[in-house]
Design a protein around this ligand. Structure first.
Ligand code: PBG
Ligand code: ZN
Length: 326
């Protein structure tokens, strides 16, 4: 028996090849960026407890790690440094012999074609864990900009391919652009963490990178999770200031924001699938409650569907391997 139904969407779902033909979104290894934590104080890698499969590595292991990423076909890495010494202003961030500067040199020497990105902030370098210089308990915006200029130029001198300021300071893109240009680095692009929310999903990262604020929180510089219009404003400001790429972070709880920023701008868009998103999947998978590969690939697809061009993810090496398997 049959009803006279004109539109039968199931016609296009009948076989695997039919579904392939009508698929709207895909994930490619080209979309992936792998975050790497480099710890100046260790000589052998240390597993991050809350992020199974993720390690802090010593400088010595940077070359082999970046080669592994290259062999997996992943085009980019982003470095986070854990310096052996911190101070009130985060001066380790612009030390030409600093841990990230050394990691950049090691990575570019081992794999000259790898896109090496440096997270450009101060929370890993300050003894109070905030993303800039303090005046009392306030992060002083404009003084922090001066230090961001020094940090970005120092990374550029070390050979970085892209700087990625993540501290949500007002005017950070213009300040960094001016400093890079003045130092002769007109061709180094800026990937702006333009839309970064004050999020509980950063928890495991703060263990990994040892950068929890010792007092207060980041709510005076990172965004209120309920704000949507403000995301567009932040993104457009960074476009005006000369950002080359934009980022929305975290990713999974902010898919609507990814789509809105994508529609409002014309820059390549990155999303950061952050530590807490990773930890939840790993914990559920370890308990046998979800199929890790299936859930991770579905999540990557959701970022692409929302408008992401690039995905910073701790799953990058697994995703690359799964894509190869098909
Ligand atoms: C530093 C920075 C953070 C993350 C990336 N860069 C932490 C923070 O803002 O507290 C989080 C990444 C993650 O959770 O995976 N500003
Ligand atoms: Zn920071």
């Amino acid at each position: 028996m049959s009803f006279s139904i004109i539109h039968r969407p199931r016609r296009l779902r009948k076989t695997a090849n039919m579904r392939r033909m009508v698929a709207e979104t895909s994930v490619s290894v080209n979309d992936l960026i792998y975050p790497i934590f480099v710890d100046e104080s260790i000589t052998t890698a240390v597993e991050v407890t809350s992020m199974p499969g993720v390690k802090r590595i010593p400088l010595l292991d940077v070359a082999s790690m970046v080669k592994e990423v290259e062999d997996a076909g992943v085009p980019g890495v982003i470095f986070f440094g854990i310096p052996s010494e911190k101070d009130a202003i985060g001066s380790g961030g612009w030390d030409d012999a600093g841990i990230v500067q050394q990691a950049i040199r090691a990575a570019k020497q081992a794999c000259p074609d790898m896109m090496v990105i440096a997270d450009t902030c101060f929370c890993e370098y300050t003894d109070h864990g905030h993303c800039g210089v303090l005046h009392g308990e306030e992060v002083a915006n404009d003084e922090t900009l001066l230090n961001l200029q020094k940090e970005a130029v120092s990374y550029a001198k070390a050979g970085v391919d892209i700087v990625a300021p993540s501290g949500m300071m007002d005017g950070m893109i213009a300040a960094i652009r001016t400093a890079l240009d003045a130092a002769g680095f007109q061709d180094i692009p800026i990937m702006s963490y333009a839309v970064k929310y004050a999020s509980g999903y950063f928890g495991p990262f703060r263990d990994a990178a040892d950068c929890s604020p010792t007092f207060g929180d980041r709510a005076t510089y990172q965004m209120d999770p309920g704000n949507r219009r403000e995301a567009i404003k932040e993104a457009l400001l960074d476009v005006d200031e000369g950002a080359d790429m934009l980022m929305v972070k975290p990713a999974l709880a902010y898919l609507d924001i990814i789509r809105e920023v994508k529609d409002a701008t014309h820059l390549p868009m990155a999303v950061y699938n952050v530590s807490g998103e990773y930890a939840m999947v790993k914990a559920a998978a370890a308990n046998g409650w979800i199929d890790e590969k299936r859930v991770v690939m579905e999540t990557m697809l959701s970022f692409k569907r929302a408008g992401a061009d690039m995905i910073l993810t701790y799953h990058a090496l697994d995703v690359a391997a799964w894509l190869k398997e098909g």
